[in-house]
Design a protein around this ligand. Structure first.
Ligand code: F3S
Length: 59
């Protein structure tokens, strides 16, 4: 299983990840947070972040 997490220091709040994969990322104020380990489009959202703030690890 893959776990995704958002680097709060790097995230600029563009919200693309939350739009692409709402099951996995949600906006919390002006930053995104991971709300699920994996889900639809998570990989795409990870690759689409303009500042590479989303990291993943195999668990
Ligand atoms: Fe932040 Fe990247 Fe998502 S900048 S809001 S983690 S697409």
């Amino acid at each position: 299983m893959i776990k995704y997490y958002v680097d709060q220091e790097k995230c600029i709040g563009c919200s693309l990840c939350a739009e692409l994969a709402p099951e996995v990322f949600k906006m919390d104020g002006d930053k995104a947070v991971g709300v699920a380990d994996d889900g639809n489009n998570a990989e795409e959202a990870c690759d689409s972040c303009p500042v590479n703030a989303i990291h993943k690890s195999e668990v």
